[in-house]
Design a protein around this ligand. Structure first.
Ligand code: GLN
Length: 447
């Protein structure tokens, strides 16, 4: 299995989905084999897995697709890595991403952009675009990404695979390089709901090394159409505007399939989600400006010389961070500064609460909510790179979920043909906190 994955990665180098290989992969595969032969039950025996390059795996590069971490090799495993290896999985390598998770297209990477396997002139989404492209191109059957504002779900949708953003705290963040700690969560990408279930049974669980980790035992399985009967699904009214015809058609098709399976489908309004993008960026950027303060060339990665320590730090950060990361550090610092804190950060925190209350109200009448995952299918490379606000708007359907800490899944729902190419379209289901299992059952029931 490992040899097959390595051969496919080599053959698909043009996609630029993989940033480095794990030198310890063969040893992991042999260890899994030996444990199997000794009679151990391994739920992921020999399964090759790629990790987003912001997840630590001992002995592998962790770059976050940033020049500032050039040459950095993780001395330890993230909890998710440890759990995968304990289950028999083999960490094949790391995947490309937007630098530090900041972006929606995987174009903002020190390694250059990842290509979408469905149309190589287009982006795979982001920021976990390498993990999504890798699964879409069958380099490995599954991969891990991280989702701060949509970075697992949106690339899953744009590459035609399944992606789950777990409830905040359901999967440990220990060993995930922090972008915005109150929003970040590790999530799996796969080609079926069944594979998501296999992964989540391994990944989910309490971790004393993550202070926000939840005690909530998990038992995931992909459902059948029988699991759908009687569910009440709310279609989020605010997500019905501004979608391309193919996205509208895919959503309609999914709603028809749900009704056919005995699901009640009705529209529901989440009025505050209109402000979700503004609130998200006013929370994510300040958290990022604080989290990224540690990258000053003194402890990790590449150091630039300077006249004194401060000069070296300034030169290191100027040379090491890309434009989008620098923009966010500056805006985040500004929004936190004493004169502007009340107008920006504190206001955004209030909107965050109102958004969570919108969801809570909707979940009094509905088991699950549904929206498109993205208002459009994969866009062309370069199309949004000059306009940060246009790039931020790509997250319109996903960020509210992170602000409320809820679980959500992106499910392949059809295709839109654009300029002669069939591009995948995804639909997003959102559940109340800790009902991640329901989302995976539902996804299986729709397969
Ligand atoms: N695109 C969003 C951002 O740039 C979300 C990224 C993510 O989830 N890591 O912040």
């Amino acid at each position: 299995l490992l040899q097959g994955a390595l051969a496919r990665i080599e053959a698909a180098r043009d996609l630029n989905a993989v940033t480095s290989l794990n030198p310890g992969a063969a040893a992991q595969a042999q260890a899994a084999q030996a444990r199997l032969e000794a009679g151990e039950q391994l739920p992921l025996a020999g399964v090759p897995v790629l990790l987003k390059d912001n997840i630590n795996a001992a002995g592998t590069q962790t770059s976050c697709a940033s020049r500032i971490l050039a040459g950095y090799v993780s001395p330890y495993d993230a909890t998710v890595t440890e759990r995968l290896v304990a289950a028999g999985a083999v960490i094949v390598g790391k995947t490309n991403m937007d630098e530090f998770g900041m972006g929606s297209s995987t174009e903002s990477s020190a390694f250059g952009p990842t290509l979408n396997p469905w149309d190589t002139a287009r982006v795979p989404g982001g920021s976990s675009g390498g993990s999504a492209a890798a699964v879409a191109a069958c380099l490995t059957p599954v991969s891990l990404g991280s989702d701060t504002g949509g970075s697992v779900r949106q690339p899953a949708a744009l590459t035609g695979v399944y992606g789950l953003k777990p409830t905040y705290g359901r999967v440990s963040r220990y060993g995930l390089v922090a972008y915005a700690s109150s929003l970040d969560v590790v999530g799996p990408l796969a080609r079926s709901a069944g594979d998501l279930a296999l992964l989540m049974n391994v990944l989910a669980g309490y971790d004393p090394r993550d202070a926000t980790s939840l005690h909530a035992p998990a038992q995931f399985r992909a459902g059948t159409p029988d699991d759908l009967r009687g569910l009440r699904v709310g279609v989020v009214r605010e997500s019905l505007e501004g979608n391309t015809p193919g996205v509208e058609a895919a959503l309609r098709g999914t709603l028809d399939a749900l009704r056919g399976a005995g699901v009640t489908v009705q529209e529901v309004s989440l009025p505050t989600t209109a402000h979700a993008i503004a609130a998200y960026y006013l929370i994510a950027m300040p958290e990022a400006s604080s989290n990224l303060a540690r990258f000053d060339g003194m402890v990790y990665g590449a150091r630039q010389p300077g006249a004194d320590v401060e000069g070296s730090m300034t030169a290191t950060r100027e040379a090491g961070f890309g434009r989008e990361v620098q923009r966010r550090i500056m805006l985040g610092t500004y929004a936190l500064s004493s004169g502007y804190y009340d107008a920006y950060y504190s206001k955004a925190m209030k909107v965050r609460r109102l958004i969570a209350e919108d969801f809570a109200r909707a979940f009094r009448d509905y088991d699950v909510l549904v929206t498109p995952t993205s208002p459009f299918p994969a866009f062309r490379r370069g199309e949004k790179t000059r306009d940060p606000l246009a790039m931020y708007a790509a997250d319109v359907d996903t960020v509210a979920v992170n602000l409320a800490g809820l679980p959500a899944i992106s499910v392949p729902a059809g295709f839109e043909t654009v300029e002669g190419k069939r591009l995948p379209v995804g639909v997003q289901f959102i559940a109340p906190a800790l009902q991640d299992e329901l989302l995976v059952r539902l996804a299986g029931g729709l397969e």
